[in-house]
Design a protein around this ligand. Structure first.
Ligand SMILES: *Cc1c(COP(=O)(O)O)cnc(C)c1O
Length: 411
């Protein structure tokens, strides 16, 4: 199996396993697909925050959607200007974070009344900073590939509830803020019909803000993880967004900047995680049916999505003598029974795959988004390297952590 022109065995030999690998060609293909959708495109950098990925986005004129101050600082270090970065959150993590945004002229989209108030208070206290601010609106409905990633509707903490917009206006008035942007992001994995309805709703909300300059329709572009199924066509989003821009221009009598900020769709497909089969194991269930476990060295400390959301990722084994296709439960090395790469609703879910042997490689696909960024040091596992592949070149863009890295901050 190759990633671009590089054999995965060579990657494993050179960098060890587990290791994250990104294909620059696939990344550029998805950039080319997303860029034409909207006049301003931001990358939701929480999905994959490595500086090399950010720089690649920057080269294509993509701007940044950050959700925290350290994300902003990483984007600045990667070469972005403050004017390219927008912060979207429901809280400032700390008081200092609010000051940082104001001092550095970072455009903020406030996703709660309290955050808007804190923005106003901080600006007043500092005596300077932008008076132009955006509000993130919860339009009363949401969507998600999992309940945990649904960021709209009554059971989501995100955004100013659409019936509370008068309160937002009152706060803006009190602190002499101008609401120049409205924003919504209602979750990940919606279809075109849903995106069309939500963007229409946001346009209606937007009309109440006479000083408006920009509307941000959020991310959430769908990505099909199963390579056997056709990839979701996102081309139809472009005419929808064009219609929205036209409606806004007609209402305001001037052009309003329309923005989108996908994360997943940009990077999910370019990422692979290469690990090793470390052991095979078996159990018998109540009906004397044999369950076959393949234990790999890829745990939820490296890829959290299957355990957190029951997410599906394609799995391939690479070995000299793969066996018959068998129902296999593919697991990781972490001391917790939920450490399974094949699971759904917190239960093991066997998948038909050729039986591998100890020492074979395992490759997980679709891990570019919410992969490395969600990893942890649980079980005292060092964070793993990230490699960028371009044609037949391999470039290491993050090294493997060492034991010293793990204990450095301990006193
Ligand atoms: C996470 C996030 C996104 C990106 O969502 P995807 O589903 O990865 O496209 C966009 N906007 C905001 C505010 C987010 O928090």
């Amino acid at each position: 199996m190759n990633i671009e022109n590089v054999n995965v065995r060579n990657i494993a030999k050179q960098f060890g396993t587990p290791v994250y690998v990104y294909s620059l060609r696939i990344l550029r293909e998805s950039i080319a697909e997303i860029m034409p959708l909207s006049p301003v495109v931001r990358f939701s950098m929480k999905s994959c925050s490595n500086a090399k990925i950010l720089q690649e986005m920057l080269n294509f004129g993509i701007k940044i959607d950050a959700v925290s101050v350290p994300e902003i600082q990483r984007a600045l270090k990667a070469g972005y200007e403050p004017g390219d970065i927008c912060l979207t959150s429901d809280v400032f993590f700390t008081t200092e974070d609010a000051e940082f945004c104001l001092k550095n002229h970072i455009f903020c989209s406030c996703g709660s009344l309290g955050m808007l108030e804190e923005y106003g208070e901080t600006r007043k206290r500092l005596g300077f900073g932008s008076d132009g601010v955006s509000i993130r609106i919860n339009p009363g409905e949401g969507i998600g590939h999992s309940k945990k990633t649904n960021t709209g509707g009554p059971y989501s903490k995100h955004g100013i509830w659409y019936q509370n917009l008068e309160d937002a206006k009152a706060i803006a008035k009190k602190y002499e803020l101008r609401i120049v942007g409205v924003h919504t992001h209602i979750g990940s994995g919606g279809d075109m019909e849903h995106l069309s309805r939500i963007t229409g709703k946001l346009v209606e909300f937007a009309k109440q803000f006479p000083e408006l300059r920009s509307v941000n329709f959020g991310g959430g572009l769908p990505y099909e993880y199963d390579p056997e199924k056709p990839q979701v066509d996102i081309g139809d989003y472009q005419p929808i967004l064009e219609d929205r821009a036209r409606e806004l221009e007609e209402h305001f009598g001037r052009p309003i900047t329309c923005e989108i900020e996908p994360g997943r769709r940009f990077v999910a497909g370019c990422g692979y995680l290469i690990g090793e089969v470390r052991s095979l194991n078996q159990t018998l269930d109540e009906n004397n049916k044999r369950l076959n476990y393949v234990l790999t060295n890829i745990g939820f400390c490296h890829l959290l999505r299957p355990m957190a959301y029951g997410s599906y990722h394609p799995i391939w084994f690479v070995g000299d003598e793969l066996g018959e296709e068998t129902d296999l439960i593919v697991a990781g090395p972490v001391c917790e029974s939920g450490d399974l790469l094949t699971q759904k609703n917190e239960e093991p879910l066997a998948r038909r795959l050729p039986l591998p042997q100890r020492g074979d490689l395992v490759v997980i696909g679709g891990v570019g988004a919410y992969g490395h960024v969600m990893s942890s040091n649980y079980n005292s596992q060092p964070l793993i390297p990230e490699i960028m592949i371009e044609g037949d070149k391999m470039v290491q863009i993050r090294r493997r952590q060492t034991l010293d890295d793990l204990i450095r901050e301990e006193i």
